[in-house]
Design a protein around this ligand. Structure first.
Ligand code: COA
Ligand code: AMP
Length: 635
């Protein structure tokens, strides 16, 4: 039972009243080569730096110190891969050896402190080995999700300017092998920046052809290299860059710093997730997303846990019982995934028949994030699993939860549809457009008062001004989350929607603006609008409305199909862009702004009001009729 001094309220209060004392104490849980000069450097506010002057090494904290402390024989990763019908356990000692050697491979290719390395790999232990190897020698990794197409990879290559790219020959999706090497070659051909080397992990499902002089086989390179040791890295140096969707086609390179990053993640494991060293944690996501960076790789290892690395899907690999099999087989204490995964399982196995086949009594909690947990999914998961189901809210930018029910501190009552209260370190408010706090229960822009706690992004890669303009400018003294919602009278936060044109598809964040840029490049398309329409499985799906150039007389269905293909080629299958419809005109305000919100409501079959500023109301009838032809705008 929490006492007065360790109740959630008391811990939260301490974090707000004395952030330096609070996070300074938390930082004692990691090893420092050099102690910091100041816990929080606010000399360049609103740009803040945590643990300035300190030196540490993330890999040392995540791997080596556990081996030194007697955890060498414990599993660091269990790779469970139903798509290849294989399993592999990597102990902390194995991991140390593999990471030290791969760090040596990178060093042999000239990679050192501050150099960038792009990692384009599926869910394999080697992806984590490559990440940790970068951290070991102070290089900055940037993992690119495998579901992105060559063009997206090229954009990231040009922005991050990696010395080396590490890739696997292929990824495995149910029913098909996705060859990564042709995508990588196409991306490098398209990019202006050229890496000096590519290191390729050959998988038996599709071996890649290597380009002599540029491409190197992972295993051969590892056999020829020597080990590299951990180097001290300044706390304020980047650990990684992770690109995420912005409002334009140019993704934002979110930077995670070394010192703040590990202090926050280490702190979160016992306090938010209630995990003790030695226990088994499973995040069913992908290393290509922030959730994977934080909770497949770094946080569980920092805390000395065993982390499950799952290469499969919640359904179809082979059935909707795979989550329960993994929980029972590997004795998972806590599972973290996106609500969409549970919706997929619930759809195929509504009565939980598969659950009955396994003993999942080891599971103590389920954490959900990536999108709002809808009350139906919450209740289903609670009823079926009989454990606390915790919705928590966070973003690529924040690296860890903004709001959570901190199980390791004190379990607070759950309110459906709410990720509970701001986590320690976070001061939230809902503001109106003039920057005034709205009343409890009223919707506003959700913002966090500066400084943000450690572990959050100190900047965007090579884009300090964009960082300021995108996040700090609108509400001075605050970080603008880009989410709208309300805070109730008990201090519970409800995150309702984005305030920008970002949509959330199966827990993945996509920019409708970026999809529009691709559609607009189709030679027959004069104008277009993309919106996120409701989907029972993925939460939202992108839907495109196309206005054709004058004189185009080709079949509309052909153009729509080409548009779908174009998005798949340029952004990738992860965009899940499957529907486009040709319309005569787009509804606009008198000042020419496209009324995407009204179109979305029409598509979703929701009640909508005629916008007062609309240029020509008759267009909405045309739009309704067009959307009905592709199955939307039903009564
Ligand atoms: N490499 C290549 N292609 C990939 C890929 C990868 N790493 N990951 C996904 N894709 C492809 C899929 O094969 C699919 O292609 P398709 O259009 O040919 O079918 C497309 O990208 C969309 O993938 P996905 O969103 O995974 O949809 P799905 O229909 O295959 O599966 C769910 C639906 C709900 C089962 C799936 O989205 C899921 O497991 N989600 C979990 C949520 C999650 O991990 N969120 C991360 C943030 S926490
Ligand atoms: P990403 O940066 O890809 O993790 O996406 C972050 C965005 O996903 C947030 O800004 C929210 O819009 C949404 N999101 C993530 N978790 C939640 C949650 N628990 N509740 C509501 N929205 C969420």
């Amino acid at each position: 039972m929490p006492t007065m001094t360790n109740s959630f309220d008391a811990v939260y209060r301490r974090s707000i009243d004395d952030p330096r004392g609070f996070w300074g104490a938390a930082a004692a849980a990691v090893h420092w080569f050099t102690p910091w000069d100041s816990v929080l450097d606010d000399s360049e506010a609103p740009f803040y730096r945590w643990f300035a002057g300190g030196e540490t090494n993330v890999c040392y904290n995540a791997v080596d110190r556990h081996v030194e402390n007697g955890r060498g024989a414990q599993a660091a990763f269990i790779h469970d891969s139903p798509v290849t019908d294989s399993q592999q356990t990597v102990t902390y000692a194995d991991l140390q050896a593999r990471v030290a050697r791969f760090a040596g491979v990178l060093a042999a290719h000239g990679v050192g402190l501050g150099d960038r390395v792009i990692i384009y790999m599926p869910m394999l232990p080697e992806a984590a080995v490559a990440m940790l190897a970068c951290a070991r020698i102070g290089a900055i990794h940037s993992v690119v999700f495998g579901g992105f197409a060559a063009n997206e990879l090229a954009v990231r290559i040009d922005d991050a300017q990696p010395k080396v790219i590490v890739a696997a020959s292929c990824g495995i999706e149910p029913g098909r092998v996705v060859e990564y090497k042709p995508l990588l070659d196409a991306a490098i051909a398209r990019a202006e920046h050229q890496p000096s080397a590519c290191i390729i992990l050959q998988r038996p499902q599709a071996r890649a052809g290597l380009i002599k002089g540029r491409d190197f086989d992972w295993r051969e390179a590892a056999a020829a290299a020597s080990d590299a040791d951990c180097v001290p890295v300044a706390a304020t140096e980047p650990l990684y860059i992770l690109y995420t969707s912005g409002t334009t086609g140019a993704p934002k390179g979110v930077v995670r710093d070394t010192g703040g990053g590990i202090v926050a993640l280490q702190w979160s494991m016992p306090n938010i997730y209630n995990m003790a060293p030695g226990e088994v944690f499973w995040t069913a996501s992908d290393v290509g997303w922030v959730v994977g960076h934080s909770y497949i790789v770094y946080a569980p290892l920092l805390n000395g846990n065993t982390s499950i690395m799952f290469e499969g899907k919640p359904v179809g690999t082979p059935d909707p019982g795979v989550f329960w099999r993994i929980i029972s087989e590997h004795k998972v204490k806590s599972l973290f995934t996106a609500p969409t995964a549970f919706r997929a399982i619930k759809k195929e196995d509504p009565n939980g028949e598969y659950l009955k086949k396994y003993d999942t009594s080891c599971l103590e909690s389920l954490f959900l994030a990536g999108e709002r947990t809808d009350p139906d999914t919450l209740r289903w998961a609670q009823n079926k699993l009989g454990v606390p189901v915790i919705d928590h809210w966070w973003q690529t930018e924040t690296g860890w939860a903004i709001c959570a029910n901190c199980l390791g501190i004190e379990q607070l009552p759950v309110k459906e549809g709410s990720p509970t209260k701001p986590a320690p370190g976070w001061r939230l408010a809902a503001l109106d457009s003039a920057g005034r706090e709205v009343k409890a229960g009223d919707i506003g822009a959700l913002v966090a008062k500066l400084p943000l706690p450690p572990g959050t992004f100190p900047t965007l890669w090579n884009a300090r001004q964009r960082y300021f303009d995108s996040y700090l400018k609108t509400f001075p003294g605050h970080y603008e989350t880009g989410d709208a919602g309300y805070i109730d009278a008990d201090g519970y936060v409800f995150v309702m929607s984005r305030t920008d044109d970002v949509i959330n598809v199966a827990g993945h964040r996509l920019s409708t603006g970026a999809i529009e840029e691709v559609l607009a490049s189709h030679p027959d398309v004069a104008e277009c609008a993309v919106m996120g329409v409701a989907d029972a499985l993925k939460g939202e799906l992108p839907l495109g409305c196309l206005v054709l150039s004058a004189g185009v007389e080709r079949a509309h269905a052909d153009i729509a199909a080409e548009a779908v293909q174009l998005v798949r080629e340029r952004i990738g299958p992860v965009a899940a862009f499957k529907s486009a419809v040709v319309v005569a005109r787009l509804p606009k305000t008198r000042s020419g702004k496209i009324l995407r919100g009204t179109m979305k409501k029409i598509a979703d079959g929701e009640a909508w009001n005629m916008p007062a500023t609309i240029d020509d109301p008759a267009i909405l009838d045309e739009i309704t009729a067009a959307l009905q032809t592709v199955g939307y705008a039903q009564e």
